[in-house]
Write a protein that binds this ligand. Structure first.
Ligand code: MF3
Ligand code: CO
Length: 260
């Protein structure tokens, strides 16, 4: 597997990243109290297919849906269901696409109605962790630089970092090397080279870091039942400043309109 991508490969990953980013916004437009998580899944699947791509998660290791929809104490890999969202929930929407043999993969944690101050802080800090991690994705750096940036910001804010799941390289497979943990030490881990494409995806818990897998074989929940947040973007390692292949700008346009 070639971890440094060609210009052509990066272009295909960018097209996937754009569809994923716009799918997250389309899902976000429909998030409100009373909407079921399976309804959001249908919206995403339709949107992805209408844009000439396929759902990237559907059938992956037997995964049954287009989205992972993880509510409150669900960290990641929540399976869409008839469960309706309620005022005060947070919901992580993780979305993958596949087109022309390459993948897209991004996630955003949305609020449903009004959430508590502490929950809003968890979301803000987790998104900041992602931004700080992204800044470290430069040529010659080590993966541990990303990891420590994310971990330090989360823990200094009084939150904890999930260890069992990590970010990853992205290409013609959804999970490629290197693994990108959200905890670790600057100067350690694999070296990053210009043209590598990675997904950085902090999963940050309000309470303790421990998690468990549910009987459905997928959903990961916090052991203490407290909420968890998850944001994910795809970036290309560059010389000075990493290049984003996915973006929250469409999501944030939608959220701004919703609040007006
Ligand atoms: N989005 C997850 C990740 O970032 C992958 C979901 S796995 C699936 O690694 F099986 F649910 F598709
Ligand atoms: Co991912």
């Amino acid at each position: 597997m070639q971890l440094v991508k060609t210009v052509e490969e990066i272009e295909l990953l960018r097209q996937n990243g754009d569809i994923v980013s716009r799918t997250l916004a389309e899902v976000g437009r429909h998030i409100r109290p009373g909407v079921s998580t399976i309804h959001l899944d249908r919206i995403a699947e339709t949107f992805i297919r209408d844009h000439g791509a396929e759902p990237g998660f559907l059938g992956y290791n037997g995964y049954p849906n287009t989205l992972c929809v993880s509510v409150n104490d669900a960290v990641v890999h929540g399976i869409p269901s008839k469960r309706e969202l309620r005022n005060g929930d947070i919901v992580s929407i993780d979305c993958g696409t596949k087109m022309h043999g390459y993948y897209g993969d991004s996630a955003y944690t949305f609020t449903v109605g009004e959430v508590s101050k502490e929950v809003q802080k968890l979301l803000n800090i987790t998104k900041e962790c992602l931004s700080l991690g992204i800044l470290e994705a430069v040529d010659g750096a080590r993966v541990g630089n990303i990891s420590q940036s994310v971990q330090d910001h989360a823990e200094r804010s009084g939150f904890s970092v999930v260890r069992e799941l990590v970010g990853h390289g992205l290409g013609s497979k959804m999970h490629e090397k290197p693994e990108v943990p959200n905890y670790g030490k600057r100067g350690s881990g694999p070296r990053l080279y210009e043209g590598m494409v990675i997904c950085i995806e902090p999963m940050i818990n309000m309470g303790k870091r421990q998690v468990y897998q549910c009987e459905d074989g997928w959903t990961i929940r916090t052991f203490d039942g407290k909420p968890s947040a998850h944001f994910e973007l795809t970036v290309v390692v560059r010389k000075d400043k990493p290049e984003l292949l996915s973006t929250f700008k469409y999501v944030e346009e939608v959220l701004q309109k919703k609040n007006n």
